[in-house]
Write a protein that binds this ligand. Structure first.
Ligand code: NAD
Ligand code: LMR
Length: 339
């Protein structure tokens, strides 16, 4: 697992350094929003990842301290901190993967869509800079509302003539991490053996876990399926309420973001793997949709279909489409206002 590997990387740095100079390709990762609640632990996890050779930590403020701190960790990645818009281009230059957790988090009582007003502009600005300075990078969008920020990024890239749908991802890994955790603990399974696809989008009912396709397969009652589905859909809100005004998931998100970034880098390095993520898609009638995707050297190599759905899941799919469609349109309209 990522953490096991990270810990062993941290305890045997000599081996890691030797390996990274001989067999591992150079991979530069940027975290935009690196001084934030997600950005700090995510930066640390990227520093622990032996596949990362260069780590660029950008925020509007606070990054010199975070970068100095993380740079003392004795693993291979070279760390640089950048603060303020004038340094954004330099932070992005040469990046293979750009992870974006920049923006405001929810407080109790808010929906993810309530964040649109502030975060849409932040994401638009950052994606404009990506189009200019590292148009070939894979972009891992964490900033909410993901259902809209990914279409915003796509439209910005289109305007700059740099859009490659294989390279833009909404990070929905935390939904998968939650579904795995809740399913395994309900059924007494070893969580490391468990997988659960989660499709749709990343907000409320648009999050659709497919427990009928969970592995290993264990009998679930209708009530158990309902409870697991609702808990996965409301996982973010559970954390927002528990933090009581101090933000949303940061640590589990940093873990999930690190898992997904590692999967992207592995793909770039030729180690193909399958992840659930929110991408440009034609497996439904919606232009963006989260499903299993095969990652490889070009980013998305293949968007996989939904497989057989239970009646409960089919109803969930029918029910989520209207909200997801309007969130996508809201993102598109933000970049292309109709007069
Ligand atoms: P935070 O407020 O702790 O950190 C956000 C950081 O972004 C701050 O350091 C801030 O300075 C920085 N920032 C603001 N404007 C910026 C800009 N223009 N350029 C660069 N950095 C900028 O928030 P957080 O808890 O880290 O959450 C960040 C975002 O991630 C929120 O929108 C939250 O909803 C989202 N989130 C998504 C998921 C997911 O599953 N996709 C999970 C958790 C949180
Ligand atoms: C999450 O799922 O934890 C994030 O999208 C943050 C939130 O606002 O719930």
């Amino acid at each position: 697992t990522l953490l096991k590997r990270s810990v062993s990387a941290a305890t045997s740095t000599q081996t890691t350094r030797c390996m990274s100079s001989s067999s591992t390709p150079k991979r530069k990762v940027a975290v935009l929003g690196a001084a934030g609640g997600i950005g700090q632990p995510l930066g640390l996890l990227m520093k622990l990842n032996p596949l990362v050779t260069d780590l660029s930590l950008y925020d509007i403020a606070g990054t010199p301290g975070v970068a100095a701190d993380i740079s003392h960790v004795d693993t291979g990645a070279r760390v640089e901190g950048f603060a303020g818009e004038q340094d954004l281009g330099e932070a992005l230059k040469g990046c293979d993967v750009v992870i974006i957790p920049a923006g405001v988090p929810r407080k109790p009582g808010m929906t993810r869509d309530d964040l649109f007003k502030i975060n849409a502009g932040i994401v638009k600005g950052l994606c404009t800079a990506i189009a200019e300075h590292c148009p070939g990078a894979l972009v891992n969008m964490i900033s909410n509302p993901v259902n809209s920020t990914v279409p915003i990024a796509a439209e910005v890239f289109k305007q700059h003539g740099t859009y490659d749908p294989r390279k833009l991802f909404g990070v929905t890994t935390l939904d998968v991490v939650r579904a795995r955790t809740f399913y395994s603990s309900l059924k007494g399974l070893s969580v490391r053996e468990v997988n659960v696809p989660v499709v749709g989008g990343h907000a409320g009912i648009t999050i659709l876990p497919l427990f009928s396709q969970a592995s290993p397969k264990v009998q679930l009652t209708d009530d158990e399926i309902e409870a697991l589905t609702k808990r996965t859909q409301d996982g973010g809100t559970e954390v927002v309420q528990a933090k009581a005004g101090k933000g949303s998931a940061t640590l589990s998100m940093a873990y999930a973001g690190a898992l997904f970034a590692e999967a992207c880098i592995k793909g770039l390095n030729g180690e193909e793997n399958i992840q659930c993520t929110y991408v440009a898609s034609n497996i439904t009638d919606l232009p963006f949709f989260s499903s299993k995707v095969r990652l490889g050297k070009n980013g998305v190599e293949e968007v996989l279909g939904l497989g057989t759905l239970s009646d409960y899941e089919q109803n969930g799919l029918d029910a989520l489409k209207e909200e997801l469609r309007s969130s996508i349109q809201k993102g598109i309209d933000f970049v292309n206002p109709q007069h």
